[in-house]
Design a protein around this ligand. Sequence first.
Ligand code: AMP
Length: 435
Amino acid sequence: MKVLVIGGGGREHAIVWALAKSARVSEIVCAPGNAGIAQSARCVPVNTGDLAAMLRVVEAEGPALTVVGPELPLSLGLVDELERRGLRVFGPTQAATRLESSKSFAKEFMQRHRIPTAAYAVCRSLEDLRRELPRFAASVVVKADGLAAGKGVVICNSHAEAEKAAAEIFSGALLGTAEKELVLEEFLDGEELSFFALCDGKHAVALAAAQDHKRIGEGDTGPNTGGMGAYTADGLMSAGLEQWLLQNVAQRVVDEMAREGSPFQGILFCGMMMAAQPDGSTRPMVLEFNTRFGDPETEAILVRLESDIVDLFDAAIDGTADRLVIRMKPGASVCVIAASGGYPGKVVNGQPISGLDSVDEADAVVFHAGTAAKEGAIVTAGGRVLAVTAVSSASTSTTPLQNALGKAYDAFEKISFNGMQLRRDIAWRALRKGL
Ligand code: AMP
């Protein structure tokens, strides 16, 4: 069958890589793709912010299945349009995507359905914010309502800082466009965990747990980024916690979205905080939902996937996820991002990347995030450039996680480009716990 993937980052490269292993797939097209994806799929240019242009690509290509990677096309209603035309598509509708595209919708939904989350207030003006602030402790979080590619969340240590952040969100100084709504939220202290469920409108099944590193600096310091690395490991989440998250978060989302008339089909990413409680225990609370594969967690998850990825997509579309058995390689996996100099600020594109061909895929898979082909060479084209991903099922002298980390970092002995930044401490929390 012919499959079309919408998107052009590391996540989409990992999806294309998994599709290329499927015996059921004969042709892969990716729009717009990137220089790495072009090695295993035909890439066609498209602006993923232009709904009509994406529909033209689907019409011209006539795929048996379309897989939508990024949040923007989902929020524009690409899935709705394809379903209306009777076409097979993996991903949630525009209404179901509100769980990600509107933080106020997500918070109100969670409150309506008793899904544990931080205390919050939706504010539409600075006056609203000033009225609500006295209910909150000094540490608060201010979040722009809409999609902001990780840049719309400001963690504040005082109410004065919260007012400043809110003023910047309302004026457009923070995101470039003025927001009409924000969410003010209680600050939660604890360790974060990402839980991924595959959903078919009726059922949610557990796919994997991962941890990512959003900050640019080692030790999780400095400004937020799109993600500097991620990892998965057996034991990262106990079977009990997985069951709890499935029942009390993912399945409840699926049940209640269906009851509210917006069935959820696709990947539900639950960004959890294992919030520290005064008695020393932890309580899982939802920080955010994403309605698609996360990036860079997807790279780390898909290198462990042994099942045919098309079977996952089919089950989600056909409502048969409850009968699906998802097989994953045992062990651990790691994804280390190589970013351009200056990221997450302004970057200079067009830096030639050397050593890409010297990494053996048996050791590490070099997924491309922001790359382009120029005069026969591969050059940088974006903030996050490469997602170097390694998996390990067993190792004699180290844990699988340590082994996977070794393989990913070894690849960086060979790969380089001008200004390359990477974090050398991916998975430090898990290593400290002996994983
Ligand atoms: P979000 O997009 O809502 O997940 O926020 C991005 C990041 O901000 C999260 O991954 C957390 O690191 C941090 N964050 C968001 N909300 C909170 C909160 N209520 N308490 C502490 N940290 C938060």
